[in-house]
Design a protein around this ligand. Structure first.
Ligand SMILES: Nc1ncnc2c1ncn2[C@@H]1O[C@H](COP(=O)(O)OP(=O)(O)OP(=O)(O)O)[C@@H](O)[C@H]1O
Length: 257
């Protein structure tokens, strides 16, 4: 469903992504982890067509993102870490606007908007301008907008930041349900607890290269600490060869642990 082929990105003299090969099949929840500056956001921006690869390609649902961007974009939903949102619209107007862009039938879109607004307790604010929303409310709206057209692929960059514990739990539920319905989910996060709990497979990127890839069991074996209860945090530190969690920018803590 998602395929990265020899993906490379170089910014002048910075080799941000150095030839990533990766496949995420339908129904898989894939976690993309790595220290600060490892190349996660650069990879995600190439995945969604916001950055042109220096070389290599990204194929989503059979469409090359660089060559057939509109077809590819019709298949996936994208939740960026720093989203842009039209603040002069109301929450409901924003959802309907995005639904129109994706060609969702308006009646279906109204129903889906109702479902999301009510799921996220945003009904009271549906006709208020987004500029008055809190950070968490905006985040919930952006997540709703990304899921409104029932994407076959979901690409997410740090989705839980700024959400309260209930919101984080709701978002995890939405993503997991989408995945169970057959979507491929590609999620970048620094929250190792969330990744360990939710992801079928995890890829760890460091200095632009995937240094480890597999299920928790496979990663445990790669870390050469084949212990049943080894946490992702231990594996991450072992494989990235760094023990300073703050410098790595990762956390085992998350609001809805
Ligand atoms: N526009 C840019 N111009 C030059 N270098 C860049 C640019 N964007 C990113 N980089 C560099 O590319 C490398 C990868 O950055 P990227 O933002 O992809 O990392 P990341 O894994 O998402 O990091 P973080 O966890 O801190 O968000 C870093 O060395 C960064 O400084």
């Amino acid at each position: 469903m998602i395929e990265l082929k020899d993906l490379v990105k170089t910014y002048r003299d910075v080799h941000a992504v150095k030839g990533i090969n990766l496949k995420v099949p339908p129904g898989e929840f894939f976690g993309f982890l790595g220290p600060n500056g490892a190349g996660k956001t650069t990879t995600i921006k190439m995945l969604v067509g916001l950055l042109k690869p220096t070389s290599g390609s990204v194929v989503i649902g059979g469409y090359d993102v660089s060559k057939e961007p509109l077809r590819a974009k019709s298949i996936f939903g994208y939740i960026p870490d720093r989203p842009f949102i039209y603040e002069k619209l109301t929450g409901r107007e924003y959802l309907m606007f995005i639904a129109k862009l994706y060609g969702v039938d308006m009646k279906v879109a109204e129903e889906r908007a109702d479902e999301f607004l009510s799921f996220f307790d945003l009904m009271d604010a549906e006709n208020a301008l987004i500029e008055g929303y809190s950070h968490g409310m905006k985040q919930k709206l952006i997540i709703s907008a990304a899921l409104l057209h029932e994407p076959k692929v979901l690409i997410v960059d740090e989705p839980m930041v700024g959400l309260d514990p209930k919101g984080a739990r709701q978002v995890k539920q939405l993503f997991t349900d989408l995945c169970r319905r057959g979507a491929a989910v590609f999620m970048s996060t620094h929250s190792l607890g969330i990744a360990q709990a939710m992801c079928h497979r995890i890829g760890i990127i460091q200095k632009g290269e995937v240094i480890a890839l597999g299920s928790m069991e496979e990663l445990r074996r790669m870390a050469k600490k084949d212990q049943e209860h080894l946490e992702l945090e231990d594996i991450f530190l072992e494989l990235t060869g760094d023990t300073n969690l703050e410098r790595l920018g990762v956390s085992m803590e998350h609001p809805a642990a």
